[in-house]
Design a protein around this ligand. Structure first.
Ligand SMILES: Nc1ncnc2c1ncn2[C@@H]1O[C@H](COP(=O)(O)OP(=O)(O)O)[C@@H](O)[C@H]1O
Ligand SMILES: O=P(O)(O)O[C@H]1O[C@H](CO)[C@@H](O[C@H]2O[C@H](CO)[C@@H](O)[C@H](O)[C@H]2O)[C@H](O)[C@H]1O
Length: 452
């Protein structure tokens, strides 16, 4: 058999500065790319017959940020994949984002099943897992920071778009929880990796799952459609689910503590934590001047943490919100333990107070309640009822948490600071990603600081 030369993907350097920023998962949104190079490209397999696409694995560097691509390379891109075109290569072939190509993606299961080393990547099933091949592949097509492909009703593979050097906390924490017998995560199935970088992670696909965000916002919609009812009276009341979710998060925290340990921290670390919250505020203030009117109350809330004697830290989820929880027929499951997408890896890996996750979820109830009203003329009646929904579910979540762990409301100073710190993060996140939504965390800062 003759092996064709590796397609000239290096020549994509001209197209990447236009193509990358148009992708949902591109991190530096709103910023132009100065230059991009293909750092590493390797063939996973060649097209079986003339005209069939070959699959390549590539890592590209865009202004110092590393991105992972799976590229289909072919003479002519078929019509249904035109939207995925990345560019034309200097040898006349065309490259497209292969994660949109169900047929090519289906072949990845063969690599895992064979424990392959194709493309200089190790395709490794988890110990004891036998990969079933021949399943139909489909990209999930949701707004996400990475790209996930579902195989039949069995597996979901997340291809990390910005793979980081070293071990992946997403994989490690899933393994620790699954190893501890937790039913609150989807079981790990396989990883794709090089010696120093985890590139992808496959898990059991939970086909019976509904996203927490979709379920919670459906409940808010039901409430707002009923002109006179209170949150507890509307048909789609969410409080029972919020309570069960609180208990599930507390159980995950307990399992992570048992599997990976806890650590007491004292006043010096509390002060360092306050400094970090001030530093985040400094940086978001530079981007979003509208935050300035809240600066004094925010700084006071962060400074209050300096007076605390200490707390206990451990591994936590790190970016918990309603989009990171799935309701299955057997209960709530947490997904995506990567941590905040904008945080550097060392910061994501750091042990933290479990109240960080609680604060993230409390913020999310506020988002779920208020995002439906974003862009509407202010209507006090609707706003009050949405706020009532948020309060009802925030409290139910804390009640559920307290059934399994310590009541988060007992640490009011820390919880308030964490909630405000998260809202500051969200102001920056929304400013870069969804400018129409900046008022949601801004309004929350007004409310939380007024609650004092
Ligand atoms: N094990 C799973 N079973 C079913 N759906 C899942 C599973 N894991 C993730 N998903 C779906 O994939 C989406 C993206 O997953 P996530 O891990 O949050 O990716 P990202 O880090 O790119 O945001 C989730 O919102 C959820 O809808
Ligand atoms: O899911 P990711 O890890 O990519 O998290 C990032 O994106 C989230 C938005 O999808 C963002 O979450 C914010 O919006 C959610 C509604 O879309 C809301 O439920 C969250 O409470 C709110 O923080 C998250 O902050 C960001 O890191």
């Amino acid at each position: 058999m003759t092996t064709r030369p590796l397609p000239a993907v290096a020549s994509l350097a001209d197209d990447l500065p236009t193509w990358l920023p148009a992708q949902r998962w591109f991190a530096a949104k709103g910023r132009d790319i100065g230059s991009a190079q293909v750092e590493r490209a390797a063939l996973l397999w060649e097209g079986a017959e003339p005209g069939a696409p070959s699959l390549l694995h590539a890592l590209v560097d865009a202004d110092g940020e590393r991105y992972q691509l799976l590229l289909g390379v072919v003479d002519e891109v078929p019509d249904h994949l035109r939207g995925a075109l990345v560019g034309q290569l200097e040898d006349g072939l065309h490259a497209y984002d292969a994660t949109h190509d169900a047929e090519l993606m289906g072949g990845l299961l063969d690599l895992f099943a064979a424990h392959s080393t194709a493309g200089g990547v190790d395709w490794l099933p988890e110990p004891g897992v036998e990969i079933q091949t021949g399943l139909r592949a489909r990209p999930i097509g949701v707004e996400q920071s990475n790209t996930s492909i579902v195989f039949g009703e069995h597996y979901i593979l997340k291809v990390y778009r910005r793979p980081v050097l070293g071990e992946s906390r997403d994989v490690e924490l899933h393994r620790a929880l699954a190893g501890a017998g937790s039913t609150r995560v989807a079981a790990p199935v396989a990883v794709m990796r090089t010696d120093d970088t985890v590139l992808g992670f496959a898990q059991r696909f939970l086909g019976d799952a509904a996203e927490g965000w979709a379920t919670a916002t459906a409940s808010v919609r039901d409430l707002l459609a009923e002109a006179d009812l209170h949150a507890g009276e509307a048909g789609g009341d969410f409080a029972g689910e919020a309570r069960r979710l609180g208990a599930a998060v507390a159980a995950v925290h307990a399992d992570l503590a048992t599997a990976l340990g806890t650590e007491p921290v004292g006043q010096a670390e509390m002060a360092a934590g306050a400094d970090a919250m001030h530093a985040r505020l400094d940086s978001v203030l530079r981007e979003v001047p509208a935050l300035a009117e809240h600066e004094p109350v925010l700084r006071a809330a962060f400074d209050a943490v300096r007076g605390l004697p200490g707390t206990t830290v451990q591994q936590v989820h790190g970016d918990l919100h309603l989009g990171q929880v799935l309701r299955t027929t057997t209960g709530w499951v947490l997904i995506d333990f990567e941590g905040e997408p904008d945080a550097p890896p060392a910061e994501r890996d750091r042990a933290k107070s479990p109240l960080r996750d609680v604060a993230g979820m409390l913020r999310s109830f506020d988002y779920a309640a208020l995002h439906l009203l974003a862009g509407e003329d202010p209507d006090n009646q609707r706003l009050t009822r949405a706020a009532e929904w948020a309060e009802r579910n925030r409290s139910a979540f804390c009640d559920g948490y307290a059934e399994v762990g310590a009541d988060p409301r007992a640490d009011a100073v820390l919880l308030r600071a964490f909630e405000l710190d998260k809202a500051v993060y969200e102001v920056g996140y929304e400013h870069r990603n969804r400018p129409d939504w900046v008022p949601i965390p801004l309004a929350a800062i007004t409310r939380v600081t007024a609650r004092r």
